[in-house]
Design a protein around this ligand. Structure first.
Ligand SMILES: O=C(O)CCC(=O)C(=O)O
Ligand SMILES: [Fe+2]
Length: 329
């Protein structure tokens, strides 16, 4: 991936895992597509890179994409577990297995939406249960992930807030709109670390996350403006991602193309071909969105997003409960 299409400096030879392929054009929920001239490949980082260099990349780029952090089969087990719970809804292609998670192309994508879009009542009930299963809660404890987080952050002990999400996006459905995570975790003063875990392979146009290049400062500026405009609100309202100064759903925009062009001043959207086992970590103000799932193989995008604090740090206590569709956060 040593080319100008990659976001940052050329990779050392031992880190080149694949040759560059043509940059994709991407879509969000509304607006025109983000043409390939406005996209770039994210920088992948292998576990062999020294921690100091990983930290430098995270500080510089606002994200770090770690390849093969969790054993692939453990991630695919989780994929199978999740889609087994949804199989009876008819979401899966006939004669395909839950581990593959292929969408039934005869379905209306808008009737099979997940978190971040507009799930129907039956799906909401299933989602509530899916977030509580022992398999999922155990997956969140994965020792490879936890050891990495401690080591990378230099923490003796990490706290994962219980509110972690499982989000599926079938091809053609709506996807998570443009935001930075601090919008939703305003009550804690400590800095947290987000981990985005694709649960299955996910090509660049397959519904994974895209990051607005070098946008952590932009996110900080937007948040400072929100805070200035809400200083007269009562505390509970001020920290609410859905208060009257915020757009619907707490998002910054549903149109990534326009947001990148106008707010991002032409910054590129960074994306990767993610594989099961990879984890992307990002900063609280880094602007991102999920791409619209246009996977040619019909694979349903499934991912989980997690937030870690250092033990004892001032965290957002509202997030200490397992996600429910009606938790108001
Ligand atoms: O997976 C998604 O669609 C959204 C995830 C996200 O926004 C995050 O990891 O912070
Ligand atoms: Fe996010």
């Amino acid at each position: 991936m040593a080319s100008a299409d990659t976001q940052t400096a050329p990779l050392p030879a031992h880190e080149m895992t694949s040759f560059p392929r043509q940059l994709p054009s991407l879509r969000s929920n509304q607006g025109s597509e983000v043409g390939s001239a406005s996209t770039a490949w994210m920088l992948p980082t292998s576990l062999s890179v020294p921690t100091s260099e990983m930290r430098a990349r995270y500080d510089r780029d606002g994200y770090i994409w770690i390849k093969n952090l969790i054993p692939r089969e453990d991630v695919l087990d989780m994929r199978e577990h999740y889609f087994t719970q949804f199989a009876h809804t008819g979401i899966l292609k006939p004669n395909s297995c839950p581990r593959e998670g292929i969408f039934n192309p005869a379905n209306d994508p808008l009737l099979h939406q997940g978190i971040g879009a507009t799930p129907d009542a039956q799906t909401l009930d299933l989602l509530d249960i899916a977030h509580t299963t022992p398999d999922y809660r155990k997956f969140l404890e994965h020792p490879s992930l936890r050891a990495f987080v401690r080591d990378f952050m230099g923490w003796d002990k990490e706290v994962l807030v219980d509110r972690a999400m499982l989000r599926h996006n079938v091809p053609g459905s709506l996807s998570t709109a443009v935001h930075y995570d601090k919008l939703f975790l305003r009550a804690g003063e400590a800095e947290f670390l987000t981990a985005w875990v694709p649960i299955g392979d996910c090509a660049a146009n397959g519904g994974g996350l895209m990051y607005l290049e070098n946008s952590n400062t932009l996110g900080e500026e937007i948040e400072a403006e929100f805070m200035r405009n809400s200083q007269h609100m009562p505390e509970a309202e001020r920290i609410d991602a859905f208060n009257k100064n915020m757009a619907a759903g707490g998002f910054l925009s549903h149109d990534a193309e326009e947001f990148g062009r106008v707010e991002g001043k032409g910054g590129r959207w960074l994306v990767g071909d993610y594989e099961a086992g990879d984890v992307v970590f990002h900063k609280p103000y880094m602007v991102h969105a999920a791409t619209r799932n246009e996977d040619e193989k019909g694979r349903i995008r499934l991912a989980s997003d997690l937030r870690f604090y250092e033990e004892g740090a001032g965290l957002d206590r509202r997030w200490l409960r397992v996600w429910r569709h009606d938790d108001g956060l």
